[in-house]
Design a protein around this ligand. Structure first.
Ligand code: NI
Length: 192
């Protein structure tokens, strides 16, 4: 199924032209129990939305129309052989490495478009977890790219804004979309 169809089926993901994707998101008051509970219910919605696209690795709250500083991440990090699953509330990048790399980047809210984006190799991050507890970590490589992409969403910045004009390319399918990947994500066995 093309990515376009997936997004059209899921009404909760907004289009890149939608105003929500271009707004600055406000932080969540993690000291406020009611607000934290709301944030947790939203985290659930964000994971459900993320799962509608088997090649999606992360999602930011404005992508489901919520102008709040929240990000969910869920993918298999093959570099370190780890399944990375996390929710970040009020994530802040406190430090970016000077060393950068340029890789193809895709976004669930931007259909049939891809391009190479320059990102820092590593970033220092401060955030709150899903329980409202402060966390700090270093993200490197692809993980650093994912965090930078998602934190940009919270300021209304899309990866398309960072692609050099002559490096734009249009795609029909995600490059990594294949049936084995889909079946693995669905917890189903391959046919013998
Ligand atoms: Ni995105």
């Amino acid at each position: 199924m093309s990515r376009l169809s997936v997004i059209t089926l899921n009404k909760s993901i907004l289009w890149s032209k939608d105003v929500a994707l271009r707004q600055k998101c406000r932080p969540i008051d993690v000291e406020n129990a009611e607000e934290l509970a709301f944030a947790q219910s939203l985290i659930r919605e964000m994971f459900i939305t993320l799962y509608t696209d088997p090649s999606g690795v992360a999602l930011a709250a404005p992508q489901i129309g919520a102008l709040l500083q929240m990000v969910v991440i869920n993918y298999e990090d093959k570099d370190v052989n780890e399944y990375r699953i996390m929710a970040l509330i009020n994530p802040k990048i406190t430090s970016l490495s000077d060393e950068t790399n340029e890789e193809q980047e895709i976004c669930l809210s931007v259909s049939n478009f891809s391009g190479k984006v320059i990102r820092s190799n590593s970033v220092e991050v401060e955030a709150f977890d899903q329980h409202g507890s402060p966390i700090k970590f270093t993200a490197e490589g692809f993980f650093a790219r994912v965090v930078q992409h998602e934190v940009d969403h919270l300021s209304g910045i899309l990866c398309v804004d960072k692609v050099e004009k002559d490096k734009v390319n249009y795609i029909q399918e995600f490059p990594e979309r294949n049936i084995e990947h889909v079946m693995r994500r669905l917890g189903l066995k391959k046919r013998d």
